[in-house]
Design a protein around this ligand. Structure first.
Ligand SMILES: [Zn+2]
Length: 327
């Protein structure tokens, strides 16, 4: 009988207990402590329904929410050399990579995609903080270069969502070399006269802040995102002074002229569409229900007179554009 109690029963128990662990069903909001049900949280784009705190969102979930109908095509990123330094700390670098790939289901810390957002064709790249703190290594560098090249080829704007703990130390100087590399990629967009919009998400730090994340034509941040080169704790220890409230947070940086906008995640898509259409001189986005197809041509000029805030904001910006072109 012993094998039943000692072997079979624990096995059966482990099968059942494994299934019943509600580990991923509830997430605790780090800001207000509310327990959030996973489906409710996902429907709200990972923004706390109680206090509006912006929790991390995966690039894939972000793209699904961003692109029309959740449809996008991934842009292929060239594979870099694996583990060029044979790096090892507590764990070997390849082992760290494997466990990050397993836990996130992604190849690396950046996802690049193309598609349409509010009927505006774009290329988008998003960094994944859950993948080794979104650290910038050769792959991330390759991803940004691939995104910029694709945008130039298709003549589309590039939207980049940053989130990073900085450069990837396991790649040493090779990760730091991605700073000038990605800067050149941004310059390619500039030369092709294509808009490059950066959305800084919590947290964006280190070498990423010191390169492509701060080079946008328009710099948007999500509320309360930490954006810095050296973190507040390091600065506090260095200068031995207490830092002001909200230091290096999105709202503080907006007030001090480092950002153009701080935008709630749920309003981000609409705002990006408006900005990108303005910058590429496309007609103002139609925010309301679309008119019947036959009505479109005559309805378009009237769109300027629409009382909607976003439509009027778009036309205000769009009006001086033709004048600038003549001059
Ligand atoms: Zn909360």
């Amino acid at each position: 009988m012993n094998w039943i109690t000692n072997y079979v029963r624990p096995r059966i128990n482990s099968l059942f207990s494994r299934r019943e662990v509600p580990e991923n069903l509830w997430t605790k909001c780090p800001e207000c402590g509310t327990m959030l049900f996973h489906r409710e949280l996902a429907d709200n784009l990972n923004v706390c329904t109680n206090c509006d705190h912006h929790l991390a969102i995966t690039p894939r979930a972000r793209f699904t929410a961003l692109f029309d109908g959740g449809v996008f095509t991934e842009v292929k990123v060239p594979e870099p050399v694996a583990d060029p330094l044979g790096f090892k700390d507590q764990k070997k670098y390849p082992d760290r990579m494997k466990s990050a790939q397993k836990s996130t289901g992604e190849r690396e810390a950046m996802l690049v995609a193309e598609g349409e957002m509010g009927r505006t064709p774009i290329v988008a790249a998003a960094q994944d903080f859950s993948f080794m703190a979104g650290s910038m290594g050769m792959y991330v560098g390759n991803a940004i270069v691939a995104a910029a090249e694709r945008a130039v080829k298709l003549k589309r704007p590039l939207v980049l969502f940053s989130a990073a703990g900085g450069a990837r130390m396991q790649e040493g100087i090779l990760s730091l070399m991605q700073m000038p590399r990605t800067t050149v990629a941004v310059q390619m967009l500039r030369e092709a006269r294509l808009p490059y919009v950066v959305v800084l998400t919590h947290p964006t730090t280190g070498g990423v802040t010191a390169s492509y994340a701060m080079l946008g034509d328009v710099q948007i941040a999500e509320p309360n995102a930490l954006i810095c080169f050296a973190g507040p704790r390091v600065i506090e220890q260095t200068i031995r002074e207490k830092l002001p409230e909200g230091f290096q947070r999105a709202e503080y940086l907006l007030e001090h002229g480092m950002l153009d906008r701080v935008t709630h995640r749920k309003k981000l898509r609409e705002e990006l569409v408006t900005i990108l259409r303005m910058l590429t001189r496309q007609s103002a986005p139609i925010v309301a229900d679309l008119p019947a197809p036959g009505v479109i041509p005559s309805a378009l000029p009237d769109a300027d007179a629409a009382p909607d805030d976003d439509a009027s904001a778009a036309t205000e910006g769009a009006t001086p554009a033709p004048a600038a072109a003549k001059a």
